[in-house]
Design a protein around this ligand. Structure first.
Ligand SMILES: N[C@@H](CCC(=O)N[C@@H](CS)C(=O)NCC(=O)O)C(=O)O
Length: 349
């Protein structure tokens, strides 16, 4: 079994991020959704400040050509770039709640919210479900008081109710709204989808415990081996259920983070000796409804490094001094400045 080397040779990146260069769909209103092709890239940068799409890596996501389009991506708005609203803060007013508008309360950086956002995009519901992003670090008090008492994202306001929990919301949106069905009818595939949904939490726990330095690395190895095995179950397509489905959406935000973070922090390539996973990552990068939500892998790496810096020995970089413990800003500042992202960058060049 392969290990997580703390030092060692560079990891070969077997996948390349691609994205789409397709024609805008006709049903969207230009006031909200603007074809990316008509926005000069500099202007786009100023329009989309919160997104990874503002940087060079992000722009690469938009440029490549697609070779395989699922029915879901066909309805997903394709190259139409949505102008994302800025996150609401404690200074922002409560939206006109229960006025008949369907609203998805989310954070652009939350992987759970990202699941629901991808579902909305892949069903082509950009007009029907309005995005209401929150700044989780400076959350408006009305969110807990008037919108969603658990005070978490995602939450969906629909039919005079507000409901939460990402896996439930994905299924709810798929069942209640129009657009391509993102779960197949076949009972065996549906059953397997449920199995994958219930295993998603333990997959996340296994990997994050390794990243925190708490868990046995073999557990994380086994978790990725399980993913490889799951991707082998149906051979009529590269996705978990053969064709693209909610099962892929449930895992994509986590894989988006774990692939670059494990590569950077542990010099561990999740796709090595896992050809199905390598292909899955590549095929996912062609799903425009997903790409619209995706963030820069460097940002994920920086975020995880900040979260885990006090407990981790980072193999490719200097060990942080003990005095970092209990502090945040100043010692980490120098650390961030010295980051070398070349292994992560290789994944996407
Ligand atoms: N089980 C929930 C988890 C949602 C969740 O933990 N969201 C985080 C952001 S990624 C959150 O809202 N945290 C705010 C808090 O806990 O105060 C789901 O799947 O929707």
């Amino acid at each position: 079994m392969a290990t997580f080397p703390l030092n060692g040779s560079s990891v070969s990146a077997s996948n390349t991020a691609l994205s789409l260069n397709l024609k805008p769909s006709s049903h969207q209103k230009p006031s909200v959704l603007v074809p990316t092709t008509i926005i000069p890239s500099r202007r786009r940068r100023s329009l989309l400040p919160a997104l990874a799409l503002t940087n060079d890596l992000g722009n690469k996501f938009r440029r490549a050509r697609v070779s395989h389009i699922t029915s879901a991506t066909m309805a997903a708005g394709l190259s139409v770039g949505e102008i994302l609203p800025p996150p609401l803060t404690s200074a922002s007013d409560l939206p006109a709640i229960f006025d008949g508008t369907s609203r998805l309360y989310l954070s652009y950086t939350c992987p759970y919210a990202q699941r629901v956002w991808i579902t909305r995009n892949c069903k082509g519901l950009h007009e029907e479900i309005k995005l209401v992003p929150l700044d989780l670090k400076d959350r408006p008090s009305w969110y807990k008081e008037k919108v969603y008492p658990p005070n978490k994202v995602p939450a969906l306001e629909h039919n005079n109710e507000v409901i939460g929990e990402s896996l439930d919301l994905m299924k709810y949106i798929d069942a209640q709204f129009h657009g391509p069905q993102l779960l197949p009818q076949d009972p065996a595939r549906r059953e397997f989808a449920e199995e994958l949904f219930s295993n998603a939490g333990s997959f996340h726990k296994s990997v994050s415990s390794t990243l925190k330095g708490e868990g046995d690395e073999a557990v994380t190895e086994a978790a990725f081996d399980d993913i490889e095995a799951a991707l082998s179950k149906f051979d009529d397509g590269p996705f978990f259920l053969g064709q693209f489905s909610l099962a892929d959406i449930a895992y994509a935000p986590f894989m988006e983070r774990y692939q670059p973070v494990l590569l950077d922090m542990r010099n561990y390539d999740v796709t090595a000796k896992r050809p199905k996973l390598a292909t899955w990552i590549q095929e996912m990068s062609k799903i425009e409804g997903y790409n619209q939500t995706r963030r820069d892998p460097k940002e994920h790496v920086e975020n995880y490094n900040k979260r885990f810096a006090v407990i981790l020995f980072c193999p490719t970089h200097q060990k942080l001094d003990n005095h970092v413990q209990g502090e945040t800003a100043s010692p980490l500042k120098g650390f961030e400045m010295s980051r070398d992202f070349s292994p992560v960058q290789q994944l996407y060049s």
